[in-house]
Design a protein. Structure first.
Length: 282
């Protein structure tokens, strides 16, 4: 249905009523997903099946990530979630840090950030989650943020690049916008965030640059006690070397559900994207 105008009229009562009906149908047709996570109950607003999948597979899509959060987060902790998407791990962390803790959820993809904020509100977590809807990188710069999709819960969009997953595979953006990117160290310098106790980085491509932009945090006296980074194909050695230069050692690796299937099919570990958890060497 298209409403046509020469730009010199107002909406008729019938047209206004139609928009009201559409809005009502959208509200009742968008299901909430409620996930029982240990002793915590979490509500997700799911506009599509992919968002619902992320929610219902909380403990299986990335079993290692949830085990890490569940085992490492403490009440009162601060958690930095870089690449929060619609907030699956953001909300899980918010339960565990409690009202005295803080979660910083970084998600520059605007459709994802809107749903992320809806999920924060749906769970009453405005008191403990800060949404940061700008890209992180190694230093302040203005560059193009390229979208792989405008559908909420999609991933792979990139700041300053059209290459995702570290495999040299380019994509044609469906949309783009000019953004200011900043570093984690700049966020800390401006007191926008406080030093986190745990950090998760999963952005499908520029993890190395983001780590370079948090050099002062990772070498400070009060530094994160654990950092999980997605290692894309071709980036394993570079990121492990960078973390070693900051005084961190590799504690363990874990695969996503997709990675487990690839490993079972005989694909070498070097050819599988996976998560690596680093801890201070001393």
């Amino acid at each position: 249905m298209a409403i046509r105008s020469n730009g010199a009229r107002t909406l008729s009562s019938l047209e206004r009523g139609w928009f009201g009906i559409v809005a009502w149908l959208r509200r009742i047709a968008t299901p909430d997903v409620v996930v029982q996570d240990r002793q915590y109950s979490t509500r997700f607003v799911c506009e599509n099946a992919q968002a619902a999948y992320r929610a219902v597979s909380l403990w299986t899509k990335e079993e290692g990530t949830m085990a890490w959060l569940d085992g490492q987060l403490r009440p009162g902790d601060r958690f930095l979630d870089v690449g929060a998407n619609i907030g699956i791990y953001t909300l899980a962390a918010a339960h565990r840090v409690g009202p005295q803790g803080r979660v910083y959820a970084v998600e520059p993809n605007k459709p994802n950030a809107v749903v992320l904020m809806q999920n924060v509100a749906a769970n009453g977590f405005q008191d403990r989650i800060d949404v940061i809807a700008i890209p992180l990188t190694d230093a302040r710069e203005i560059a193009v943020f390229n979208y792989t999709s405008l559908k909420a819960s999609d991933s792979g969009s990139q700041f300053g690049s059209t290459v995702r997953d570290g495999q040299g595979q380019s994509f044609v953006p469906v949309a783009s916008e000019l953004c200011l990117g900043v570093s984690v160290d700049e966020l800390l310098d401006s007191a926008a965030i406080q030093p986190p106790d745990l950090v998760k980085i999963d952005v499908d491509g520029i993890e190395h640059k983001i780590l370079q932009g948090m050099a002062r945090l990772l070498t400070a006296a009060r530094r994160p006690r654990s950092v999980q980074v997605e290692l894309n194909v071709g980036e394993h050695e570079a990121i492990e070397g960078l973390m070693a230069s900051y005084g961190y050692r590799l504690d363990h690796r874990h695969l996503t559900a997709i990675g487990m299937k690839r490993k079972a099919a005989g694909v070498p570990m070097a050819q599988i994207a996976h998560n690596a958890v680093f801890v201070p060497a001393d």
